[in-house]
Design a protein around this ligand. Structure first.
Ligand code: SAH
Ligand code: TYD
Ligand code: ZN
Length: 403
C-alpha cells in the first residue's frame, strides 16, 4: 500500500534479500547480520516510486551511523553555496531562523553558524550530531516529525527556511513531516529539499541508488501530488548535478508563493519521457540485469587473467551492487575508503574488507571498481598516481566500462 495515498503499489523490481547498506560489520557481527527484502514499485494512483518493505528507522540511524557528509570537498562546496544562496534570498529579514532536517556532521549549518544566523539541526544519529555540535552548531539529537517540530515551534518560533538534503527520501512517514511543516514553517516560509531524481536514476540506470535508506525515489509529478495531499504547494524545482543527478524542490503553503514555470516544464518532460509509464520501469529492470551480468563477467575474466581488482568508495550504494550482482571478496578483495569509521570493518552482506584509501597507492591493484561513481572527478584527481602508474578504473554507470 502506498505510503503517501494508500493506493496500490505495483512492484517493478525485486533485489531480493539485502543487508543494511550503512552497517559496516566487525568480524564478530557477521552471524547476526540483519536482512530485508529490497523491492521497489510505483503507486498506481499518485505515481510515487517507493520501497515495498520498510526497515525500522532506529536500525539505520543510530550512534554509529558511519556516513559523514563532509567527506567530499565538492559536497562541502555545494552546501556552502546553498547556504549562501539562502542568506541572500530567504534570510534577509530581522533575526531569521533556519532549520535543517538531517544535518549530519554540520556540513551545511556551519555557514549559518559562521554568519551568526539562528539555526537548528535535527539529527537522530548521535555520532554525526556530536561532530556538528563540536563545531559549535546547534543540534537536536532527534528525528524531525510532527511532535518534535511542534516542540521547536513553541520554544523557538516559526522557521523561515526548513532545508533537507538527501534525507526526505529516507523518511517513509512523510505525512508526519508535512504536519511538522504545518506547525513549524512561517506563513511565508519555504521547505526546500533535494534528493536523487527518479528521472536521472532511470536515464542513467543508477540502480544502486535503490537501498534501504532510499525509501522514496522522487519525481516532480509525485512530489507535486504529495505536497497537495498534505496541504502544501510545489512552487519551484531545479535540477542539480550532485550525487548522479538530483532535484531541489521548493514547497510553500498553498497560495503563499507564485509557482515557477519550471514546475510544469519538468513535470511535462517526465510525462514525455514515460516516467510514469510501466514500460519504462520494465526496461529499467532489464537494464539492471544486463549491467550486473556485464560487470560480473568482466570481474571474473580479470580474476581469471590473474589481475587484482579492488573497489573504491564503501558507499551505501555499493551494498546493492555487490549483493544483487553477487560480488564478494573472491572478485573484489578490498574496498578503499576515506571514512575512518568504516576502516577495518566488512562491507554489508558481501563482507569485503574496507581499508583506508591511502592504501590504494601502497598496494596498487590492477583495477579499481569506482563504487563512489558520483564523486568520480574528485576521486580521479586525488588518485591521479593510480592511473598514471597503469591502474585502471572500472565503472558501471551508465554502462560497464574500463577507463
Ligand atoms: N544532509 C546530509 C546527510 C544526508 S544522510 C547530506 O546531504 O550529506 C541522511 C541523514 O538523515 C542521516 O544523518 C540520518 O541520521 C538523518 N535522518 C534520518 N531520518 C531523519 C529524520 N526524521 N529527521 C532528521 N534527520 C533524519
Ligand atoms: P556517497 O557516494 O556520498 O554516499 P552513499 O554512501 O550514500 O552512497 O559516499 C561516498 C563514499 O566514498 C564515502 O564512504 C566516502 C568515500 N570517498 C572516498 O573514499 N574518497 C573520496 O575522495 C570521496 C569524495 C569519497
Ligand atoms: Zn500513492
Amino acid at each position: 500500500m502506498c505510503r503517501i495515498c494508500g493506493g496500490a503499489v505495483s512492484e517493478f523490481f525485486d533485489f531480493g534479500r539485502q543487508p543494511l547498506s550503512d552497517t559496516f560489520l566487525r568480524a564478530d557481527e557477521v552471524s547476526g547480520e540483519y536482512f530485508f527484502r529490497l523491492a521497489v514499485g510505483v503507486c498506481e494512483d499518485c505515481s510515487m516510486v517507493q520501497l515495498l518493505d520498510e526497515v525500522p528507522r532506529d536500525r539505520m540511524f543510530h550512534a554509529d551511523y558511519p556516513y559523514h557528509s563532509s567527506g567530499s570537498a565538492r559536497m562541502r562546496n555545494h552546501f556552502e553555496q546553498t547556504a549562501r544562496d539562502f542568506l541572500d534570498t530567504e534570510l534577509t529579514g530581522t533575526d531569521p531562523f533556519v532549520v535543517e532536517i538531517g544535518c549530519n556532521d554540520g556540513v551545511m549549518l556551519r555557514t549559518f553558524r559562521e554568519a551568526g544566523i539562528r539555526h537548528l539541526g535535527f539529527e537522530p544519529s548521535r555520532g554525526v550530531a556530536d561532530l556538528a555540535r563540536a563545531d559549535g552548531i546547534r543540534v537536536l539529537t532527534d528525528y524531525f516529525e510532527e511532535s518534535s517540530a511542534v516542540r521547536i515551534r513553541e520554544s523557538d518560533g516559526p522557521a523561515d527556511v526548513i532545508f533537507a538534503a538527501n534525507t526526505i527520501c529516507h523518511i517513509p512517514y512523510l505525512g508526519s513531516i508535512f504536519r511538522g511543516m504545518e506547525a513549524l514553517l512561517a506563513p511565508d516560509g519555504v521547505f526546500v529539499f533535494e534528493d536523487p531524481y527518479l528521472g536521472d536514476i532511470i536515464r542513467l540506470n543508477t540502480f544502486d541508488q535503490i537501498y534501504d535508506e532510499h525509501f522514496f525515489l522522487f519525481s516532480v509529478n509525485s512530489v507535486r501530488t504529495a505536497a497537495r495531499r498534505f496541504g502544501f504547494e510545489l512552487v519551484d524545482v531545479r535540477r542539480l548535478p550532485v550525487h548522479g543527478g538530483e532535484v531541489r524542490y521548493t514547497i510553500a503553503r498553498t497560495g503563499a508563493r507564485p509557482v515557477s514555470p519550471a514546475v510544469d516544464a519538468l513535470a511535462a518532460e517526465e510525462r514525455d519521457r514515460g516516467l510514469i509509464d510501466p514500460a519504462t520501469f520494465e526496461r529499467f529492470g532489464a537494464d539492471v540485469k544486463r549491467i550486473c551480468g556485464e560487470l560480473v563477467e568482466l570481474l571474473r575474466r580479470l580474476r581469471a587473467e590473474g589481475k587484482r581488482v579492488a573497489g573504491y568508495g564503501a558507499t551505501a550504494k555499493s551494498a546493492t551492487v555487490t549483493n544483487y550482482c553477487g560480488i564478494g571478496p573472491e572478485l573484489v578483495d578490498v574496498v578503499y575508503d576515506t571514512t575512518p569509521a568504516k576502516h577495518g570493518r566488512l562491507m554489508p552482506g558481501s563482507h569485503i574488507p574496507v581499508r583506508p584509501a591511502s592504501e590504494l597507492a601502497e598496494t596498487r591493484p590492477d583495477f579499481a571498481v569506482l563504487f563512489a561513481w558520483n564523486h568520480a572527478e574528485e576521486i580521479q584527481v586525488k588518485e591521479k598516481a593510480f592511473h598514471e602508474s597503469g591502474g585502471r578504473w572500472i565503472t558501471y554507470v551508465p554502462d560497464v566500462r574500463i577507463t
